[in-house]
Design a protein around this ligand. Sequence first.
Ligand code: AMP
Length: 121
Amino acid sequence: MSSTEPTVFTRIIAREIPADVVFESDTVIAFRDIAPKAPVHLLVVPKTEAYANVAELAAADPALLADVVAVAQSLADAHTDGEFRLVFNTGASAGQTVFHVHAHVMGAETGGTLTEGSLAE
Ligand code: AMP
């Protein structure tokens, strides 16, 4: 559930901090990852910060999760060749640093190939 401090993503949604926003609806926002690990690296974020991770979101609001996936596909169609890697880090030991559910959409440049292991630090 929500913590007392807004997440960095809530602050982006509120336009308190800047981001390169590529999509926005009433329920979802998407912007470029500030530290990209693939040629195309976008984050798709439900605007609510009620869910810390994808398992919580799936259990509570599967339609919103479906929206996130649909946005990921449309962004991949727009920004690369429509093929993409979709990653939900879940838990600190798996690399999650922002506990406001978000999907990483990672893809190659159009016509390219995503390098295996692009998520590795
Ligand atoms: P995770 O580690 O799965 O929680 O993903 C959080 C992601 O948010 C990381 O890939 C960060 O690079 C990214 N990130 C953190 N702060 C910002 C920001 N202000 N704008 C865009 N992306 C951010």
